[in-house]
Write a protein that binds this ligand. Structure first.
Ligand code: C2E
Ligand code: CA
Ligand code: CA
Length: 693
């Protein structure tokens, strides 16, 4: 009932009730006090006066009686005259007291009692009688002498006098009696008033307490419910039910809390979506991955997989971003259908996805990888175009490969890159040897100083023209002559120079060196064309073409005196930008060569659109080409196609005479390999004589 009233109304009512109670107690107390006062006043005014008057009448009568006795003993007339006067005074005073008492009786608030009236009437009669007797006695004194008078006094006056005195004494006593009664009544009335006021106050106090308790309970209970709800919301519990509450302010507060909780919950959901979901695919994102990973118990083990779509940049480039986006969505959808509820798949960025497989070992991760690849082999049809999509997987295991998500993701990614390099569908981090060992880390730090101190040196490896039977060009290969570690192979530092971007400082230095050498060779009458390897980073440098042009000019070289080797995987990082650069370099007249052909996924169809002059077949195909029919078929058809496209073909890594023979017999233009020469320092290279091939 209380709860249906507003708190303000409730408090108002409670205070009004308390005020009314206080008012009632005060009013009753006042009226009681008033009555007490009246009684006291009447007692003071009337009763005390009555008592006083009765007492006065008694005293004056007694004095007059004594004077009469003295008079009777006084023979001297002259002395008697004085006494007469005194007696008159006393009697008059006694009379006056009686008259005033009579008046007081008639004026008192309560009518005088019958006894009182009768007593006063008796007193008046006795007074009249005594008066008569007194004057008789006085007459006798004056006419017949004191002796006669004494006799008469003894006979009648004394009697009247004592009757009067008795009566006045009685009057005084009665009034005293009345006074005591009144006092007792007053005491009674006061006691009653006190009892009433005390019990009324106690009642009011009790009622007030009950009221306050009920009131505070009716407020505090819903308020503490509201506090509980607010605390739950603050702790992030958005599912705790909010009690409905009454129609009062707290009810409204609870309603507002409900609205607030709903708003927070929907906003939280939105924020979570923004923070944790990848917009394009609807999959969770990297942040979510890291969070889920961190939420695992410390002793958890499992696998982190990074999945990378092959040739995605090419698809984007050739078919447009929209098709690329749809492909990413489709792949996300397909692959996530393979996962159990405990497994998580997120999109990291671009065409990279990551998977978290709790409790999985390498075999389980590979088994899933196999199923993923199988699923991808079913061709995708997007916009009526059939797409054959493949991907590469890198696997990192925890805790052995790392204990935190960023490390594991990075290592799985390195493993995926390793897999791409080795053209494997997947590779585990442990197998990839991708991360720099401790010693290599310090190398990264030393690279900048090494360049300044001239520790980088160039080796040259001849490329021999099989038809002409002589070296027409040579590949410049970088070495690091480390003061403590000796000669360091490029495979140990170039990848990190690329990762850290330091390659941008190495390449211009290298181009300058190589062109300096080339100019010297020209001056010495040699037309050998040096080739320089460009990294993916160099291809993203828009200023490179200008740098090359400027260096050619500085060294007085024609552009065809330089060849640049570009790997197809480097081209794929940003095909559009790379193509622009190649076009500019080609326009300059610099020779361009596709390096490591076959190690990536680019097709000859794509390569023919590039402005290149040369194609270098990767070592793995050349290796054992004479007795590996599959390799032989690949190399042969590549040579044929290249010739059709007007490209010259370089076979890299020929190590045996049999390979060399096979290559010559199959029309390969150039050979670069240990069978002819290893990379050599400049002096040795200059002294090198091409063997008769
Ligand atoms: P690459 O461009 O494919 O260079 C050819 C590599 O094959 C060289 O290794 C060379 O020594 C090796 N090689 C040549 N013939 C044979 C052979 O008959 N058998 C075998 N097993 N190997 C042979 P190197 O000098 O260790 O260079 C490794 C890689 O380092 C190069 O591969 C290239 O990608 C990179 N690199 C080297 N120098 C530079 C450079 O100046 N700039 C850039 N960006 N990368 C460089
Ligand atoms: Ca090369
Ligand atoms: Ca190569």
């Amino acid at each position: 009932m209380l709860n249906s009233l507003r708190i303000g109304t409730r408090l108002g009512l409670a205070f009004a009730l308390l005020l009314a109670l206080l008012g009632a107690v005060a009013a009753v107390s006042l009226s009681r006090l008033d009555r007490l006062l009246t009684v006291t006043q009447s007692l003071v005014d009337v009763q005390v006066q009555k008592l006083y008057l009765a007492h006065m009448a008694d005293q004056h009568a007694l004095t007059a009686a004594n004077q009469l006795l003295i008079l009777l003993q006084t023979p001297d007339r002259n002395r008697r005259v004085g006494l007469y006067q005194q007696m008159d005074g006393e009697l008059d005073a006694a009379d006056l007291a009686v008259t005033r008492l009579d008046k007081a009786l008639s004026e008192q608030p309560s009518p005088p009692s019958a006894a009182e009236q009768a007593q006063l009437a008796r007193l008046k009669v006795l007074r009249g009688r005594y008066n008569d007797r007194f004057y008789q006695t006085v007459n006798l004194i004056e006419l017949s002498g004191p002796e006669k008078a004494r006799q008469q006094f003894e006979v009648s006056t004394r009697q009247a006098l004592s009757a009067l005195l008795d009566e006045t004494r009685l009057l005084s006593d009665t009034q005293q009696q009345l006074m005591r009664v009144e006092l007792w009544q007053l005491d009674q009335a006061e006691r009653q008033a006190r009892t009433l006021v005390v019990s009324l106050s106690a009642g009011a106090l009790l009622l007030g307490m009950v009221l306050a308790w009920r009131m505070s309970r009716s407020i505090t209970r819903p308020v503490s419910e509201a506090v509980g709800v607010a605390e739950a919301i603050a702790q992030g519990d958005l599912h705790r039910p909010v009690p409905s509450g009454g129609r009062d302010e707290v009810g409204k507060l609870l309603g507002a809390l409900r609205v607030m909780r709903d708003a927070i919950s929907s906003r939280e959901a939105r924020i979570l979506r923004l923070a944790y979901v990848d917009d394009l695919t609807g999959l969770p994102n990297r942040t979510r991955f890291v969070e889920v990973f961190q939420a695992q118990p410390a002793e958890a083990h499992g696998a982190v997989l990074v999945f990378d779509i092959d040739r995605f940049a090419l698809i984007n480039h050739a078919l447009g971003l929209q098709v690329g986006d749809r492909l990413l969505r489709e792949i996300g959808l397909r692959l996530s259908s393979l996962l159990t509820t405990r497994q998580l798949m997120v999109r990291l960025w671009a065409d990279q996805f990551a998977l978290l497989l709790p409790d999985a070992d390498l075999a389980a991760a590979q088994a899933l990888g196999e199923r993923m690849m199988a699923l991808l082999r079913t061709p995708q049809v997007l916009d009526g175009q059939r797409l054959d999509v493949s991907g590469t997987l890198g696997i990192a295991l925890f805790p052995q490969d790392g204990r935190d998500a960023p490390t594991l993701l990075r290592r799985a990614e390195l493993a995926a890159r390793g897999a791409k390099r080795h053209r494997l569908p997947w590779l585990s981090f442990a197998e990839s040897g991708a991360e720099p060992a401790h010693g290599q880390l310090s190398l990264i730090g030393e690279m900048r100083e090494a360049l300044a101190r001239g520790e980088f040196v160039l080796f040259y490896q001849p490329k021999v023209d099989l038809q002409a039977g002589r070296m027409t060009s040579a590949e410049a290969l970088l070495r690091w002559r480390h003061p403590e570690r000796g000669m360091i192979a490029p495979g140990l530092f170039i990848p990190f120079a690329e990762q850290t971007g330091f390659i941008r400082e190495i390449t211009p230095w290298l181009l300058d060196q190589v062109m300096g050498h080339a100019a010297a060779w020209r001056r010495a009458g040699s037309a050998v064309v040096p080739s320089v390897n460009l990294s993916a980073h160099d291809l993203l440098n828009p200023g490179l073409a200008d740098q090359v042009a400027e260096l050619l000019q500085r060294h007085g070289l024609t552009p065809d005196a330089l060849c640049l080797e570009i790997t197809e995987s480097a081209l794929m990082e940003d095909p559009t930008l790379a193509l622009t650069l190649l076009d500019r370099l080609s326009a300059l007249g610099v020779k361009l060569s596709i390096d490591d052909y076959g190690s990536g996924q680019a097709s000859l169809g794509y390569l023919k659109t590039l402005p290149v002059n040369e194609l270098k077949i990767d070592r793995v195909f050349v290796d054992g080409v004479a007795d590996t029919p599959k390799n032989a078929a690949i190399v042969r058809s590549t040579i044929l196609l290249c010739h059709e496209l007007g490209l010259s073909v370089v076979a890299e890594g020929a190590e045996t005479a049999a390979e060399l023979d096979w290559l010559r017999a199959n029309g390969c233009d150039l050979v670069q390999g240990y069978v002819l020469a290893r990379p050599m320092p400049l002096e040795q290279f200059l002294a090198w004589q091409s063997p008769v091939v």
